[in-house]
Write a new protein. Structure first.
Lengths: 430, 399
C-alpha cells in the first residue's frame, strides 16, 4: 500500500517500538521517591539528555508535553501571558499566516479573547517569511510585541524558513521567537542552540516515535504561564505524570532520525525529485507549490495544484487505488477546505482547493513513487471529469429563469451570512 | 492501473431497479456485475440501512456525507438538523461498521445558492417552497450525482422510501414506496429520467415499518438504530422558520386585509405567512360569522396578507410551472391523481401541458394549496412528473 502521507504521521521505528514496549512492562511514577520511581525518573532524564543532544539543546531546556499542539499552545499562549505580565504594553503577536492550526488558532484565540493584537507577517509566493518582513513589523513599535512565531518548515508545502536570521532580527528588538519545528526535525539540520530560537516545538509521531508525546524546547530564561496546572512535573511549566514509555520511545526515535538525517535527506530527496518529475510528466499543467529549489524545501515534501480538479476527488480516486495522500489541511468535520497556506501564498481558492500533498518518509520506496506515477495521469483526468460533469451522462439543463413575477432577490438576502462564516473559516481560510 | 471492478470507462451503467430482482435489496443486474455506488449518508438510520443493503447486495459502495452548512454545529441543538458534526460522525461510524470507504464532501456553497437562497427568495415572493424537493433536484441528484458519475460511479444511493420499477421494455419508472405511510416519492417527483437512471433507493420496496428498519439497523450493528428521526428543515436547526426568515429578510410591516379590502390588523412581514394558515394571525376583531379566518393570499408587492373563511381556500384548478417528467410528458389532457403537498392526500385531476405550463383541474376542491409547493402527478402508484404551483383558481366567496 503506497503510503505517501508521512507528514501526517510516519510509521514508528522498530527501535522506538522496542524501547516503548519494554518500558510499558515497568511500573514507576517518575515523581515517586522510592526505587521504582527513581528507575522511571532515570529513564526520563536519560531520554531528556538524549533528546537534548539530538536537538542541540541543554537537557534543562527540554519540557516534555503531550505533543505538538500542546507545545505550540504552551509557547504561544504561555509566552504571551508571561511577557504581558512583565510589561502590559506587550500585546502584539507577530505570526506567519502559514502556521499549523495549533499556532494559528492559538494566536487567533489570543486576539479574540485576551486582547492580543495580531499581525500577520507577509510571506512570499513560496510561503516564506523574510527577515525584512519581521524587521518591519518589529520596528514599528518593538516594546509592544509579546512574541513572534514562525514555523521552521511548513507542513503543507514544505517551505523551510530562515530561522536563524529571523531569530537574529527578533533578538535585536529583544522579542522572543518561537518556531514550530514539528516537520523540520529529522528532515533538515536543526540545532536549537545555534538557531537562536527562544522556544521550539517538536513531536514524536512525525519522526518515528509514538503519538501523544512531544516537547517544547525552551530557553531557561523563559517561564511561560502554564496551560495545565497540577504537580508541576516539568519545570513548573507543564504538569502531568510523565509518560515514561512514550518519552523513551520519542527520544530513541528522535536520536535515530537526527543521526540518519543526511542519508535520509539524500535518499528521500532523490525519490521526491523523481516523484515531482513523474507527476509533472504525467500531468504537464500540474503546479508544484512551495520552493522549487530543494535546498529550501523539506526533502520528503511534494505539493501540487492540479488545475481543474478538486482535491477531495483526487484523494478518493487515489485512495481507491491504494495510494494514501492528503489534501493538506482538514478541519474537524473532515471537510477539505481551501488551504490557508496556499491562499496566503497568493493562490486563488480553486488552486487551493485542487491541491494534494505527497509526503515521503523513512519507509518510502521507489515502488511507492512508481505506483503513483502509474495512476496519477488517469486519476487527474477522471477528477477533471467530475469537476465539469460534462461527460457524466446526465444531460445538463440550461440555467433556468427564476419563476413567477419578477420580485428580485430581497435586499436582506445574504445578510445572515456575515455572522455565520466565522466557524467555517476556522477550517482553513485564515 | 487497476480500475475498479465495474468502473465504466465512459458510459455509466444504468442502475437495476430494486424491485426488478428481489424483494428487499437491490441486486446486481443480470450480468452480475456489481455497481459502483455512492451512498449519500446523512447520519440517520434510513441512509445507513440503505447503504448497508447496497453493500450487502454485492455492490461496491462508498459512503459520502454532504457537509451542507458553512457553519456546522458541533451537536444538535433543539430540533434535529442533518448538518451537524455529530451527524457527520454518525455517518462515518455507520460506514465503518458497513465496511465501506467514507468521505465528507463540502457542498455548502451549492446548497446555499440552490436551496437556502431559493427558499428565502420564494418566501419573500409570497410562495411556500419545499426545500427537500429542491435539494433532491439540485444537490443530491445533480451536484452530487454529476460528481459521482464523473468519478466513475454508476449510481447515487439514498435512504428515500420510493420504488424504481423497470418495465419490460427497459424504461425506468418511479413508484410510491410499498408502504404508503412512509412513501417519499413526492419529494423525488422532480427527478427526470436521466437522474432516475442513476438513482438507487434500497428501502423503497420494503414493507418494513420504521421500527423494522431500526431493528435491521440494530442487527447490522449500526449505532444510529435508535437515533430519532429528523422532521424539520435541516438548515434551520432550531425549527423556527419564521425566526429564520425574519433574520434573513428583516421586518416589513404591512396590512392584514379581508377579502373586500378592509384592514383587519398588521403583520411584521408577509413572508411569515402561508396560504391556508390559521394560527398566529393576531386579528383583534372576530369575523362577522364568528368562524375562524385563514390566510387566502399573500401579496409581496403590496406587502399585504388577505384572510377569509375556510371555504375561500377551496381550490378547483391550478397552473404550475417548471414541469419535470420522470418519463414521457403527457400528450393532451389526461386523467391522473395529484398530490399537492408533502404528506397530503391524492385528488383526481385532469392535467394538460400547454406551452410548457401545466394546467390542472381538480375533480373536487382541495384546501391547503400554496403557490411554491409542488404538484406531483401519479398514474396509480407511478410518478408521472411534477411542477411548481404558480397560481390557483378558487371558488368565489365573499366575506
Amino acid at each position: 500500500m503506497p503510503y505517501l502521507d508521512h507528514a501526517a504521521t510516519t510509521p514508528m521505528l522498530p527501535e522506538a517500538i522496542q524501547a516503548m514496549t519494554e518500558e510499558l512492562g515497568h511500573t514507576g511514577n517518575a515523581s515517586s521517591l522510592h526505587a521504582a520511581g527513581r528507575r522511571a525518573r532515570r529513564v526520563v532524564e536519560e531520554s531528556r539528555e538524549g533528546l537534548a543532544r539530538a536537538l542541540g539543546a541543554r537537557p534543562s531546556e527540554v519540557v516534555f508535553t503531550g505533543g505538538g499542539t500542546e507545545s505550540d499552545n504552551l509557547a504561544v499562549k504561555g509566552l504571551y501571558w508571561s511577557r504581558r505580565a512583565e510589561d502590559p504594553r506587550r500585546v502584539r503577536v507577530l505570526a506567519s499566516p502559514v502556521e499549523h492550526h495549533a499556532v494559528l488558532d492559538a494566536v487567533i484565540w489570543l486576539a479574540e479573547h485576551e486582547g492580543a493584537v495580531l499581525e500577520w507577517l507577509p510571506v512570499d509566493s513560496h510561503g516564506r517569511v523574510h527577515p525584512e518582513a519581521l524587521r518591519r513589523a518589529l520596528e514599528a513599535d518593538p516594546h509592544s510585541v509579546a512574541l513572534a512565531t514562525v514555523m521552521w518548515a511548513n507542513n503543507e508545502v514544505g517551505t523551510v524558513m530562515p530561522v536563524r536570521q529571523l531569530a537574529d532580527v527578533a533578538h535585536e528588538f529583544e522579542v522572543p521567537l518561537h518556531a514550530d519545528a514539528v516537520q523540520a526535525l529529522g528532515q533538515v539540520p536543526l540545532d536549537f542552540a545555534s538557531s537562536g530560537l527562544d522556544a521550539m516545538t517538536v513531536t514524536g509521531h512525525k519522526v518515528g516515535g509514538p503519538y501523544g508525546v512531544g516537547a517544547l524546547v525552551l530557553g531557561r530564561e523563559h517561564a511561560p504561564v502554564p496551560q495545565l496546572h497540577g504537580g508541576g512535573q516539568e519545570r513548573e511549566v507543564r504538569s502531568g505524570t510523565l509518560d515514561v514509555p512514550s518519552i523513551v520511545a520519542f527520544a530513541v526515535a528522535a536520536e535515530h532520525a537526527v543521526r540518519g538525517r543526511e542519508d535520509f535527506a539524500r535518499r528521500i530527496g532523490e525519490l521526491r525529485d523523481d516523484l515531482v518529475r513523474a507527476v509533472t510528466g504525467a500531468v504537464p499543467d500540474a503546479v508544484l507549490n512551495g520552493d522549487p529549489d530543494p535546498r529550501g524545501r523539506l526533502p520528503g515534501n511534494a505539493h501540487f495544484s492540479f488545475p481543474g480538479c478538486e482535491g477531495d476527488s483526487l484523494l478518493l480516486l487515489l485512495d481507491a487505488r491504494g495510494i494514501e495522500c492528503s489534501t493538506g489541511s482538514a478541519c474537524s468535520a473532515g471537510v477539505a477546505q481551501p488551504s490557508h497556506v496556499l491562499l496566503a501564498m497568493g493562490a486563488d481558492a480553486d488552486r487551493a482547493r485542487g491541491s494534494l500533498r505527497f509526503s515521503l518518509g523513512h519507509t518510502s520506496t521507489r515502488a511507492d513513487v512508481d505506483a503513483l506515477t502509474e495512476v496519477i495521469g488517469p486519476v487527474v483526468a477522471r477528477a477533471r471529469r467530475a469537476t465539469d460533469g460534462s461527460t457524466s451522462g446526465v444531460e445538463r439543463r440550461p440555467p433556468e429563469r427564476h419563476h413567477g413575477p419578477e420580485q428580485g432577490r430581497p435586499s436582506g438576502a445574504g445578510a445572515g451570512d456575515t455572522g455565520e462564516r466565522t466557524r467555517g473559516e476556522r477550517c482553513g481560510t485564515r | 492501473m487497476t480500475e475498479f471492478p465495474g468502473a465504466p470507462a465512459d458510459q455509466p451503467a444504468a442502475v437495476p431497479a430494486a424491485s426488478a430482482s428481489g424483494p428487499s435489496s437491490p441486486q446486481p443486474p443480470e450480468s452480475g456485475r456489481p455497481l459502483r455506488v455512492l451512498a449519500a449518508m446523512s447520519g440517520g438510520v434510513d441512509s445507513a440501512v440503505a447503504a448497508a443493503r447496497a453493500a450487502a447486495a454485492g455492490h461496491e459502495v462508498t459512503g459520502v456525507h454532504l457537509a451542507l452548512s458553512a457553519n456546522p454545529q458541533s451537536f444538535r441543538t433543539g430540533a434535529r438538523g442533518c448538518c451537524t458534526l455529530e451527524d457527520s460522525r454518525d455517518a462515518r461510524r455507520a460506514a465503518d461498521v458497513i465496511g465501506i470507504p467514507f468521505y465528507v464532501w463540502d457542498l455548502a456553497e451549492r446548497f446555499q445558492q440552490d436551496v437556502i437562497e431559493d427558499f428565502v427568495a420564494e418566501y419573500a415572493a409570497g410562495r411556500t417552497p419545499n426545500p427537500c424537493l429542491r435539494c433532491n433536484e439540485k444537490i443530491k441528484f445533480a451536484a452530487l450525482l454529476d460528481k459521482a458519475l464523473g468519478l466513475g460511479f454508476d449510481a447515487v444511493c439514498t435512504g428515500h422510501y420510493a420504488k424504481v420499477v423497470v418495465t419490460p421494455d427497459g424504461r425506468r419508472e418511479l413508484h410510491r414506496a410499498a408502504d404508503p405511510a412512509k412513501d417519499q416519492s413526492y419529494v423525488l417527483g422532480v427527478l427526470d429520467a436521466e437522474q432516475l437512471a442513476h438513482a438507487m433507493f434500497p428501502l423503497g420496496d420494503t414493507d418494513a415499518t420504521k421500527e423494522e428498519i431500526r431493528a435491521e439497523a440494530e442487527r447490522r450493528g449500526l449505532a444510529v438504530a435508535r437515533k430519532p428521526d429528523s422532521h424539520d428543515i435541516c438548515f434551520i436547526a432550531d425549527g423556527d422558520t419564521q425566526g429564520f426568515l425574519a433574520r434573513r429578510l428583516g421586518p416589513a410591516e404591512g396590512d392584514i386585509l379581508d377579502v373586500d379590502g378592509t384592514r383587519l390588523g398588521r403583520h411584521n412581514g408577509a413572508y411569515g405567512f402561508t396560504v391556508g394558515q390559521r394560527k398566529g394571525l393576531r386579528i383583534g376583531t372576530p369575523a362577522p360569522d364568528g368562524k375562524p379566518r385563514y390566510v387566502l393570499d399573500i401579496s409581496p408587492v403590496e406587502n399585504t396578507v388577505t384572510v377569509g373563511p375556510a371555504a375561500a381556500l377551496d381550490v378547483t384548478a391550478l397552473t404550475a410551472i417548471r414541469p419535470r417528467w420522470c418519463g414521457e410528458p403527457p400528450q393532451g389532457p389526461a386523467e391522473y391523481t395529484a398530490q399537492l403537498r408533502a404528506h397530503g392526500g391524492e385528488v383526481p385531476v385532469a392535467a394538460e401541458l400547454v406551452d410548457g405550463e401545466l394546467r390542472v383541474r381538480l375533480a373536487s376542491p382541495a384546501r391547503g394549496v400554496a403557490p411554491g409547493q409542488a404538484v406531483v402527478l401519479y398514474d396509480g402508484t407511478r410518478v408521472v412528473g411534477s411542477a411548481t404551483i404558480a397560481t390557483t383558481e378558487r371558488v368565489a366567496v365573499t366575506a
